[in-house]
Design a protein around this ligand. Structure first.
Ligand code: BDR
Ligand code: CA
Length: 349
């Protein structure tokens, strides 16, 4: 009898401990960071979106649409469709700029972008269109309002041209010190560009905005080609998603296979496709994945250095450099986390 009473009380203790643990988990679960993504959706942008939705420490509070791989309007359409497919129709999508800083005409998507991302931006794969439309609020105002509301709990990750982000900081200069982190995918410090010898695509498409942003004193993390080109996906990986037998698994596998084929034409030495944009999201929440070099940086806007990201000679010995440039990455660790998170997400959708 004594033994029975002892066992029952131990059982109660165990249940109480488990509940307490769950409470602690829920509490830490509540500590998710708020994130705004700025996307020119784009295949690797779609992967960044999926990564943010799948990551347990991220609450995606909104997406801002940019021109770049596609027009700004196409970015809205693609993002809404992907969010709905992934069962996250609660995430609002906002319109951003449709052209580069100071340009009179809307952005004209480059032929090379249509080749790499497909005519519709998502590998010419058919994703059911969303009944939703873009939120009525202007995207720049949403960014500013969110910065005021969430302060250090907010991260902004921009993986297209930096036009929207730069506009937000120009409109509300306090934003740069209000938010927890600003991360961009863009630039190339110690490797060649991917548009030409010096320039990376996101920066190349609006170097004026990027230069204003880099020299604005905004604490910035630059996730450039130096690291993103080292993180790759192959058809072996996409087969894992295909085998899940779900809609999202098949659609993402089809999209990424298209992207891999395009890379086989443009960058055959990579033997796969680069995970540019999802790495920027990963670095925002898991900075241990990279090694950084802090610098005062500028972006070339003259004809001969259009879009080149480079240190400022005159400021080499100045204190408090504001740009944290990623120069090394834990490739295997990142790709494993990426595959685990996305496979879980696609399994459920
Ligand atoms: C960047 O350019 C775009 O094609 C990709 O989406 C990525 O953001 C890589 O240079
Ligand atoms: Ca992009």
């Amino acid at each position: 009898m004594k033994n029975l009473i002892y066992m029952i009380s131990m059982l109660f203790l165990l249940v109480a401990c488990t509940e307490k643990n769950n409470e602690v988990k829920e509490e830490s679960g509540n500590k998710k960071v708020k994130m705004i993504l700025d996307l020119d959706t784009g295949i690797d942008d779609a992967l960044a979106l999926a990564y943010a939705l799948a990551h347990p420490d991220i609450e995606l509070i909104g997406v801002m649409a940019s021109f770049g791989n596609v027009t700004m309007e196409e970015s809205v359409t693609n993002t809404l469709a992907l969010l709905d497919m992934l069962n996250h129709a609660e995430v609002p999508v906002f319109k951003g700029a449709d052209r580069a800083t100071g340009e009179k005409e809307p952005f004209h998507v480059l032929e090379i972008s249509r080749l790499i991302h497909g005519k519709n931006g998502i590998g010419d794969v058919n994703v059911s269109s969303s009944p939703r439309t873009a939120n009525k609020q202007d995207g720049v105002d949403f960014m500013i309002e969110s910065a005021r509301k969430y302060g250090k709990d907010l991260m902004i990750v921009a993986v297209g041209p930096t036009t929207n982000l730069n506009e937000a900081i120009k409109k509300e200069p306090a934003l740069k010190n209000l938010v927890g982190k600003v991360v961009i995918m863009g630039g190339a410090l110690i490797v060649d560009g991917n548009v030409n010898k010096y320039a990376e695509a996101n920066i190349y498409q609006d170097p004026v905005a990027a230069n204003e942003l880099f020299t604005s004193g905004t604490p910035l993390t630059m996730v450039g080609l130096d690291v993103t080109q080292r993180t790759k996906l192959t058809k072996k990986d996409t087969q894992i998603w295909r085998n899940l037998g779900t809609t999202s698994g098949k659609i993402f596998a089809d999209m990424v296979d298209y992207y891999i084929e395009a890379y086989n034409i443009t960058s055959p030495r990579l033997n796969g496709c680069a995970l540019h944009d999802p790495l920027a999201v990963a670095v925002a929440v898991d900075p241990d994945l990279v090694k950084i070099l802090t610098l005062h940086m500028r972006v070339g806007t003259s004809q001969e250095d259009w879009g080149r990201t480079i240190g400022i000679n005159e400021k080499m010995n100045d204190p408090d450099p504001n740009v944290s440039v990623c120069v090394d990455v834990e490739v295997d660790e990142f790709v494993t986390r990426f595959m685990d998170l996305l496979s879980q997400l696609f399994k459920a959708n």
